[in-house]
Design a protein around this ligand. Structure first.
Ligand SMILES: [Zn+2]
Length: 120
């Protein structure tokens, strides 16, 4: 999709809405590979120069999310990507799989999640 100020704002609004539903602090959002490369290296370690390959990348330790807007083909994929990445932030212990996909579907349908509590 083509990045313009309206789309940027629409993405940040969606991130705000889903972050509040998922009870997570709103992550800082990067929308271009240039912005990824401009971040301090320690924040994007592991997926820095490879970030362009993905629709989205979560940097969990730093509450940072890359949404690869130019690579994303349409509105539906955009919404999916936002929710996918924010589910990573809310369920940091969970890797991809059926449970993860179910949570994404629930998130897309508007489900709210209570705050994440670290088990000690
Ligand atoms: Zn993922």
């Amino acid at each position: 999709m083509k990045i313009d100020p309206d789309l940027r704002l629409a993405i940040l609004e969606k991130v705000g809405i889903y972050s509040s539903r998922f009870s997570i602090p709103e992550p800082h959002i990067l929308m271009t590979t240039k912005e990824v490369l401009e971040m301090p290296k320690d924040m994007t370690e592991g997926r820095r120069t490879s970030a362009y390959k993905y629709y989205g990348v979560s940097y969990l330790q730093h509450n940072l999310v890359f949404i690869n807007v130019r690579k994303i083909p349409d509105e539906k994929t955009l919404e999916n990507t936002i929710v996918h990445e924010l589910i990573h932030m809310r369920f940091p212990y969970l890797s991809h799989g059926r449970r993860f996909n179910k949570l994404v579907r629930q998130g897309l349908r508007g489900k709210k999640f209570a705050p994440y509590k670290k088990r000690s």
